[in-house]
Ligand binder design. Structure first.
Ligand SMILES: [Zn+2]
Length: 347
C-alpha cells in the first residue's frame, strides 16, 4: 500500500460561478461523497488548502494580472477577462487556497511524508495564462507547483502530464522554452482552446519538451492506453523526471457532455496505473494529480475513486457505468499514432 495524500477543503466550494456554470461547487461535493461511499477516506492522508507564498504565484503570473484579479474580484466584478470565468466574492481567496494546497501536497511528497497525492481543487488551472484567466482557470496550479519544486527543492526535471480533454495552453506556454519541464498532453481536437497541434513542440532550448497528442472525437480506453504506452512511456523514460505532476481532468469520460471522448472509469484507472509505473521507475513514486475538468456528477466521482484506488494500491474496483455501447471509433487512429511517434523520434 502507498501513502496517498488527498487534498480537499470545504473552502473550495466558496468559488461561486453561478447556477448554470459547468465548473461549480457540486462537482467537489459529489466527488467527496463518492470517495466516502467507496470507503476510501480512511485510506488517505488528508490535507487542506492553505495560502501560498505569493512568490510562487508570481513565478508564473504577471504582477499586473495578479493585481487585476484581486482588485476586480474584491471589487465585486462577476467575470475575469471573459464570460467563461465567472467570479464570486470568494474566488480570489479560493484560487489562492487551491495553489497553496497543491504546493503543500508537493512539499509533503518531497519531505517523504506521502508517496503520491490527489488534489481535489477548484478552480482548475491549466488554461490560465501568465496574464489572463481562461477556460474557468485563474491561477495555473500545476505550473506554479512545478516552479515551486524547481526553485525550492532544486528539482531539475519536472514531468507534467495532462489528460484533461482540453489542451492545457497555459501550462504549455509557461514552459515552452524550458528544457527542464516536459509538458505532455492528450486532448480532443478540434475543441477549446484550439491549441495543442502535434507540431507545437516547444522552442529554443525547450524544443522537443512539449509533446502534444491531439485525439479525434470518439477515442476511448484502447486509444488512450496506446498513446500512454507507445508515446508517453518512452518519452518519460527518456526525460527521466524527478517528480510527475498530472493535470487530471475527467472530461474525456464518455458521459461528460462537454466533449465527445469515450474513456470509461476503468480507462482512467488504467491510465493511472501507467502513470504510477512511470513514477515508480523514474522518481521514487513521486506523483501528484491535480483536478482540472470533469463535469458529469456521476462519472467524475467514480473516475476519481478509481484513480485513488490505484494510487493507494487496493485492487478490485467496480465500474458501474461501463463502456459507451453506442460509440464509434475514429478511423486511421493508428496511422496518426505513427505520425506522432515519428515526429518525436520514437521507434
Ligand atoms: Zn477540460
Amino acid at each position: 500500500m502507498k501513502r496517498t495524500g488527498f487534498l480537499y477543503d470545504k473552502r473550495y466550494l466558496l468559488h461561486d460561478t453561478g447556477p448554470y456554470h459547468p465548473e461549480r461547487a457540486e462537482r467537489l461535493q459529489a466527488l467527496h461523497q463518492g470517495i466516502h461511499d467507496a470507503g476510501y477516506l480512511s485510506h488517505l492522508t488528508h490535507m487542506t488548502g492553505s495560502l501560498p507564498d505569493m512568490q510562487w504565484v508570481q513565478a508564473v503570473h504577471t504582477a499586473e494580472y495578479i493585481r487585476r484579479f484581486e482588485e476586480l474580484c474584491l471589487g465585486g466584478r462577476r467575470t475575469l477577462d471573459c464570460e467563461d470565468n465567472q467570479m464570486g466574492p470568494d474566488t480570489w481567496e479560493t484560487a489562492k487556497l487551491a495553489v497553496g494546497g497543491v504546493i503543500e501536497a508537493a512539499r509533503r511528497i518531497m519531505a517523504n511524508e506521502i508517496d503520491n497525492a490527489f488534489c481535489a481543487v477548484r478552480p482548475p488551472g491549466h488554461h490560465a495564462e501568465a496574464g489572463e484567466a481562461m477556460g474557468f482557470c485563474y491561477f495555473n496550479n500545476v505550473a506554479i507547483a512545478a516552479c515551486y519544486l524547481q526553485k525550492q527543492w532544486g528539482i531539475k526535471r519536472v514531468g507534467i502530464i495532462d489528460f484533461d480533454v482540453h489542451h492545457g495552453n497555459g501550462t504549455q506556454d509557461a514552459f515552452y522554452t524550458d528544457p527542464n519541464v516536459l509538458y505532455f498532453s492528450t486532448h480532443q481536437h478540434p475543441l477549446y482552446p484550439g491549441t495543442g497541434s502535434v507540431h507545437e513542440l516547444g522552442a529554443k532550448a525547450g524544443e522537443g519538451y512539449t509533446v502534444n497528442v491531439p485525439m479525434l472525437p470518439g477515442c476511448g480506453d484502447e486509444e488512450y492506453q496506446a498513446v500512454f504506452e507507445d508515446i508517453l512511456a518512452p518519452i518519460a523514460r527518456r526525460f527521466n523526471p524527478e517528480l510527475i505532476l498530472v493535470s487530471a481532468g475527467y472530461d474525456a469520460h464518455w458521459a461528460d457532455t462537454i466533449a465527445q471522448m469515450n474513456l470509461s472509469v476503468s480507462g482512467f484507472a488504467r491510465l493511472t496505473e501507467i502513470l504510477k509505473v512511470l513514477a515508480n521507475l523514474a522518481c521514487q513514486d513521486r506523483l501528484v494529480l491535480c483536478l482540472e475538468g470533469g463535469y458529469d456528477l456521476k462519472a467524475t466521482p467514480l473516475s476519481i475513486a478509481a484513480t485513488l484506488n490505484v494510487l493507494f494500491g487496493k485492487k478490485e474496483f467496480d465500474d458501474p457505468l461501463g463502456q459507451n455501447e453506442a460509440s464509434s471509433k475514429p478511423s486511421n487512429f493508428y496511422s496518426h499514432l505513427k505520425t506522432v511517434k515519428d515526429i518525436h523520434h520514437i521507434k
